[in-house]
Design a protein around this ligand. Structure first.
Ligand code: GTP
Ligand code: MG
Length: 343
């Protein structure tokens, strides 16, 4: 089983340079998807793994009930003096209701609320000690029973992909044979491309290309979750017991759980955070800036006037120019801020 010392997040080169070493690292992962796909079980599987510190107390078999509200759990992990504060946000599944339109709204509200809070803190007096509760990664659970994505999956991901890093996962992968899983993975990625959904693939430069290739090839990760410890060949493993054998959560031949966990905690944590800051949060901030600017309302009035036949087209053009200038200013400010942060 994984031990804290094997995780290795403390050895990552990026940590050596960053002020965040002292302060600790903050990372938030969210799970989203249809009801009953094993989101809460995965959250538990992640938390109960040894690297979260509770080495000596194997979990009791726990009955997980249906999640009814968005629920965030935080643990502090320390490795070689480097602190990681990991928060996992569990969300109630959707799909049970007769009408599922807008079922993504609570998730979107949660993500935006955290951006809002960060923006407020950033413009406050105590800028140095801001806590980062922004969602850095969203695992989107796909039903293994079916031939690919459902219309609701496509719609949900489209609503989310400009807000947060999405990583698609195939839930309950133990219900599929190896060829079925392979076929479903290809199908899902094809549908994601066909629908213009942008899932997280990392920014990858030459140095870490192999890592990013592995990430892309593994996607969507196949997941098995369980809270039960079983004895296999004299070792205690987390798994699911069937009449024909045991599916082991942490066995790489059985599913991608370990790959996914390593990717999140080790290889791509910083990249996921950077992407959240530079793309998703920046988009949110710019939108807020434009909404809050005095030009925004007059722009709305001018557009209304123009649409209703008003002749003032030059005004519209001027306002557009102003908006573009504002946008460029915001980008410059963001670049400056990013440079200051990396010094
Ligand atoms: N076969 C299989 N069953 C699983 C797996 N993970 C969870 N389950 C079972 O699926 C059922 C539902 O799991 P939950 O974790 O409650 O699902 P959820 O996605 O949190 O559901 P909501 O809270 O309703 O959104 C439970 O009986 C779990 O034991 C898995 O990887 N494989
Ligand atoms: Mg749940």
């Amino acid at each position: 089983m994984t031990d804290a010392s094997q995780l290795g997040f403390a050895n990552l080169p990026f940590l050596a340079h960053r002020k965040s070493v002292k302060k600790g690292f903050e990372f938030t992962l969210m799970v989203v998807g249809e009801s009953g796909l094993g989101k809460s079980t995965l959250v538990q599987s992640l938390f109960l793994t040894n690297f979260f510190g509770n080495k000596n107390n194997p979990p009791a078999i726990e009955r997980i009930s249906q999640t009814v509200s968005i629920d965030a759990t935080t643990v502090d992990i320390e490795e070689k003096g480097v602190k990681l504060r990991l928060t996992v946000v569990d969300t109630p599944g959707f799909g049970d209701a007769v009408n599922n339109t807008q079922c993504w709204q609570p998730v979107i509200d949660y993500v935006n609320e955290k951006y809002e809070q960060y923006l407020r803190d950033e413009s406050g007096l105590n800028r140095r000690n801001i806590e980062d509760h922004r969602v850095h990664c969203c695992l989107y659970f796909i039903n293994p029973i079916g031939h690919g994505l459902k219309p609701l999956d496509i719609e949900f991901m489209k609503q989310l992909h400009h807000l947060v890093n999405i990583i698609p996962v195939i839930a309950k992968a133990d219900t599929l044979t190896a060829p079925e899983l392979k076929k479903l993975k290809l199908r899902v990625m094809q549908e994601i491309r066909d629908n213009g959904i942008q899932v997280y693939t990392g920014e990858g430069d030459d140095d870490d290309e192999a890592e990013f290739r592995e990430l892309r090839e593994s996607m969507p990760f196949s997941i098995v979750g369980s809270n039960t410890l079983l004895e296999v060949n004299g070792k205690r493993v987390r798994g699911r017991l069937y009449p024909w054998g045991v599916v082991e959560v942490e066995n790489k031949d059985h599913c991608d759980f370990v790959k996914l966990r390593n990717m999140l905690i080790r290889t791509h944590m910083q990249d996921l955070k950077d992407y959240t800051q530079d793309m998703h949060y920046e988009n949110f901030r710019k939108k807020k800036l434009i909404e809050g600017s005095p030009g925004h309302h007059s722009m709305a009035n001018v557009v209304t006037a123009a649409v209703s036949g008003g002749p003032d087209k030059t005004m519209v053009a001027k306002e557009r120019e102003m908006d573009e200038l504002r946008r460029q200013m915001a980008m410059l400010q963001a670049q400056l801020a990013a440079q200051q942060n990396t010094v």
